[in-house]
Ligand binder design. Structure first.
Ligand SMILES: [Zn+2]
Length: 282
């Protein structure tokens, strides 16, 4: 094993948060984490990112996320079907998801939602799977972990229709504009921010609007292994994003909100603990 394999995160990229963080979107069941998950979790702990919500994107990955969460303290899971895979939704999956939502380590229904950017499933299929999962959230009293890309107006219509039935909602990896943001905030929706706003090619519009999000509605996430932030001070071999890098995202968001990293870390962690109903002992 080379030094790079044993220690893939250069010292220049090690940043410890001044207060504990919750990464509300970590795709740790992705195959890129299969070989070194323990080291990834150790580095996350060292960076003060000790609480992770593992994203379940289909039946198999939701089950894997739940199993992982049972093996490690501080890990929790969501269970749902991503809009890319919405064409696979059927009654047997609905039954299996409903059962999984009873697991004490499952803290949200999702990732589900609408993605009109890529349309890997048709819009009709996406809406059908989303509506079914909104129903599961209503039945289970779990919060919703939603994905939305280029589908803001339709998502708002659907959430407006369901608002009285469902509980807490987060739009994870928010990337849209100010109008869409305020539409969500008006529906009492929470906002998850990734390193998207570190991306000068497509995310700089977020810098002007992150200050509009009330602290009690804002949470942070890596969406790893995707979306490696572009504000890192050193190159990362392999370009795999991981939870230990969340403090760099918090630093950038704090800068554009005009507040300290400590304040933002403490506020987003309090919001995440309340949103996902995490108790200290679990
Ligand atoms: Zn997503």
């Amino acid at each position: 094993m080379t030094q790079d394999d044993a220690n893939p995160l250069p010292d220049a990229l090690r940043l410890t948060s001044p207060a504990p963080l919750v990464d509300i979107g970590a795709n740790l069941t992705h195959e890129s984490f299969a070989k070194d998950l323990d080291a990834v979790l150790e580095r996350a702990h060292a960076a003060q990112v000790a609480t992770l919500i593992l994203t379940g994107t289909d039946m198999a990955h939701s089950e894997q996320a739940v199993a992982l969460a049972h093996r490690h303290d501080g890990l929790y899971a969501t269970a749902g079907l991503h809009p890319h895979m919405a064409s696979h939704w059927d009654s047997s999956m609905e039954t299996a998801m409903r059962a999984l939502h009873n697991d004490p380590k499952v803290v949200a229904v999702g990732e589900c939602g609408l993605d009109f950017n890529r349309n890997f499933s048709t819009r009709a299929e996406q809406e059908r799977a989303l509506e079914a999962q909104l129903g599961l959230a209503a039945d289970s009293d779990l919060p919703l972990f939603l994905h939305e890309r280029d589908a803001g107006p339709r998502m708002r219509e659907i959430l407006h229709h369901w608002r009285d039935e469902i509980g807490a909602v987060v739009i994870h990896c928010f990337t849209a504009d100010r109008e869409t943001l305020h539409g969500y905030l008006d529906l009492d929706v929470h906002i998850g921010l990734t390193g998207w706003l570190c991306d000068e090619r497509r995310g700089h519009h977020l810098r002007e609007i992150v200050g509009d999000i009330p602290a009690e509605r804002l949470m942070v996430e890596t969406d790893c292994p995707y979306l490696l932030p572009r504000n890192l001070p050193a190159k990362l071999k392999g370009r795999r994003h991981e939870p230990a890098l969340l403090p760099w995202i918090v630093r950038e968001i704090a800068h554009w909100r005009g507040e300290s990293e400590t304040t933002l870390a403490a506020a987003t962690t309090a919001t995440a603990r309340r949103f996902f109903q995490l108790d200290e002992e679990q």
